[in-house]
Design a protein around this ligand. Structure first.
Ligand SMILES: Nc1ncnc2c1ncn2[C@@H]1O[C@H](COP(=O)(O)OP(=O)(O)OP(=O)(O)O)[C@@H](O)[C@H]1O
Length: 621
């Protein structure tokens, strides 16, 4: 087993030991192996013929539950958006496909894609109100969506059959199912659903290991940090809701043509809770864990006829037990944590070399970032008061001042987190005042944070590659299908990430999850991630805080490298000796106002700076 201890540095250190860790590694490798996957698929396809029709039907339910769980896995596990109303999407898929086939004479092969699209469109629409709320409010809002859907189904008698339900949907269980002219019995339908499930799981794994999956995780952990490297939270969430809706709709449509009867009760709150429990107990983020969980929660109750009366009590107990004992679910118990770069990309990048010199802004006019009379008020408090400064390419400007003097607020204004009350921010000829954070990052003004904001369970390498997100041009579909162009482009950026890892002295820890590493390493990784976003201006908010002397030396060298690349650098810090060796000029703030602008020697003699900030330190310097 692996045990975790806290070092003085605050990092969690994994202690390798024999036994279950090796077992987990072995199991993970086995499950990920294409031969194993093919053999399992073949076994199920052929072996199903030996099973009773009842068992085959339950197995079809398992597969549908596995697809449904993936919709929660994507929305909640990856993108961090809770949903208590997923039965609504499941129901949209089921009713849409059922009605199209039964009443409109559609072929199932056409009705299912339409149902999936409708559920995706509903998910996309839901993302707009969902984007305005979070946490418990989001849970309530999605619960409301599920309830509205349930009521519509109950009341819309003419279309859905209301409380009496919709019987006679062409289905495998009723032996009335025909797809593209082929009559399908329960066994045929199981085999079809099995192939669809295999495809969904394959695409889901691809998506998780693509720029899309990494972006989902980035907004999950910190929307502000994601925005700072050019990942827009709004459109990323829209995509997550749409794809999640599509997966739930697919599960619903497959369900409709399995059972043949649709009643509103099948799409009420218990269905939403059931899929959440399956996903959480399976382990959010673990595809294989959720397949096992879907099996557990579907097969056992059906077979043993347990839960029938006690379903909710059983779910509650299992969930509580699982969260207490297995916070990472079955997936965390049996498998290694999932990884977020495709092995093919890793292999391809290993054969490439990248020169960090290519990070130098190329073929572009040397432009400065100009802050003109920026004021930022919070109610009656003036946090930044008419500040003007200029950041020039190849120069390092320090921004110093006492605590609460407005340094971080100024960085927040420049990086698009706050819209200033007055004043302008220009980069070259372009007015970037009031642009959102991801638009500012796209304008190549990138920042780091006082408290490093990385994706905790990503490795150092995965965190760095996230920095290149906005530069990746291949489509989400190409990423999910793992097309060669997408692999080649990712590999190219990964090779550059390797070069930056080397520059930042992080190569040795590249494969370690970032939350197992000391604070200083995380800070360096955050600076590296910002660098991979190819900034022309970089704003570093106290990057040296909490670093050891050795780490500070490493950081100073990295900042010098960035200067040599021609970046305009703003550096907030309190260590005067650290700054003295590095910076070209200093701006001092006090109570939001700029009280000094010039070189560091002049600053140390300036009476106003001594009075407001340096105090005794200046006299000893
Ligand atoms: N979102 C906010 N709402 C209200 N007041 C804020 C907000 N952000 C900052 N402030 C206030 O603005 C002032 C400047 O804060 P800011 O964090 O910019 O200072 P700082 O110089 O970065 O301080 P430190 O060195 O401690 O990080 C403080 O009085 C702070 O309380």
């Amino acid at each position: 087993m692996t045990a975790s201890v806290r070092e003085e540095t605050g990092a969690t250190v994994e202690q390798p030991s024999l036994g279950p860790a090796a077992l987990r590694r072995g199991l993970s490798r086995l499950v990920a192996h294409p031969l194993f996957q093919l053999a399992l698929l073949a076994l199920l396809l052929l072996g199903a013929g030996q099973l009773s029709s009842g068992t085959v039907q339950i197995a079809s339910f398992v597969l549908i539950a596995a697809i449904f769980a993936q919709s929660i896995n994507l929305l909640t596990g990856l993108a961090g958006q809770i949903s208590l109303g997923h039965a609504g999407f499941f129901g949209i898929g089921a009713y849409c496909s059922g009605i199209l086939v039964k009443s409109w004479g559609f072929d199932v092969a056409a009705a299912v894609p339409v149902a999936v699209l409708l559920a995706a469109a509903t998910g996309w629409l839901l993302s707009f109100p969902a984007n305005r709320v979070r946490d418990v409010y989001l849970a309530m809002m999605t619960l409301g969506f599920g309830m509205v859907f349930f009521e519509i189904v109950r009341e819309w008698n003419d279309v859905t059959g209301g409380t009496m339900g919709l019987p006679g949907v062409p289905a495998a269980a009723l032996r009335t199912l025909t797809i593209l002219g082929f009559r399908m019995d329960g066994l045929d339908y199981f085999r079809l659903v099995l192939l669809v499930t295999a495809l969904v799981l394959l695409l889901m794994r691809n998506l998780t290991q693509s720029r899309i999956g990494r972006a989902f995780f980035a907004i999950h952990v910190s929307e502000v940090a994601a925005g700072s490297i050019g990942i827009p939270s709004g459109s990323t969430k829209q995509l997550a809701y749409a794809v999640s809706g599509a997966l739930a709709g697919l599960a619903g449509a497959l369900y409709a043509h399995l059972v043949g009867y649709l009643g509103p009760e099948s799409f009420a709150l218990p269905r939403s809770i059931e899929v959440l429990v399956i996903a959480i107990v399976g382990g959010l983020g673990s595809i294989a864990g959720q397949v096992l969980s879907a099996t557990l929660f579907t097969f056992l109750p059906e077979r043993l006829q347990v839960f029938a009366e006690w379903q909710f009590i059983a779910y509650g107990l299992i969930l509580t037990f699982s969260l207490l004992v297995l916070p990472k679910g079955i997936g965390g118990l049996l498998f290694e944590p999932p990884r977020f770069i495709k092995p093919r990309v890793l292999r391809r990048a290993a054969g490439l070399t990248a020169d960090p010199a290519a990070l130098r802004p190329q073929g572009e006019a040397a432009e400065s970032l100009v802050v003109e009379g920026v004021t930022m008020r919070f109610g009656g408090l003036v946090a930044v008061d008419g500040v003007s400064l200029r950041l020039e390419p190849g120069r390092i400007t320090a921004l110093v001042g006492p605590n609460g003097s407005g340094k971080s607020t100024l960085v927040n204004v420049v990086s698009g987190i706050y819209r200033p009350t007055a004043g302008k921010v220009r980069f070259g000829e372009r007015d970037i005042t009031g642009l959102s954070d991801h638009q500012v990052a796209a304008a190549r003004v990138v920042r780091t944070f006082q408290d490093p904001r990385l994706v905790p369970h990503f490795t150092v390498r995965e965190n760095l590659l996230l920095g290149a997100h906005r530069l990746l041009r291949h489509s989400g579909a190409a990423a999910t299908l793992g097309l060669p162009g997408a692999i080649a482009e990712e590999a190219e950026h990964l090779a550059m990430a390797e070069a930056v890892l080397a520059l930042a002295g992080l190569t040795e820890v590249a494969d370690r999850p970032i939350d197992t590493l000391p604070y200083g390493t995380r800070r360096m990784a955050e600076v590296g991630r910002a660098l991979l976003a190819r900034p022309r201006v970089i704003l570093l908010d106290e990057p040296a805080a909490g670093l050891s002397e050795k780490e500070m030396e490493r950081l100073a060298q990295l900042i010098r490298d960035m200067k040599a690349m021609g970046l305009a650098i703003l550096l907030i810090d309190h260590h005067m000796d650290f700054l003295a060796e590095l910076v070209d000029e200093v701006v001092v703030l006090d109570s939001g106002r700029m009280i000094y602008h010039g070189d560091i020697a002049g600053m140390r003699r300036d009476p106003q700076v001594i009075a407001a900030y340096l105090g005794d330190e200046a006299t000893h310097a």
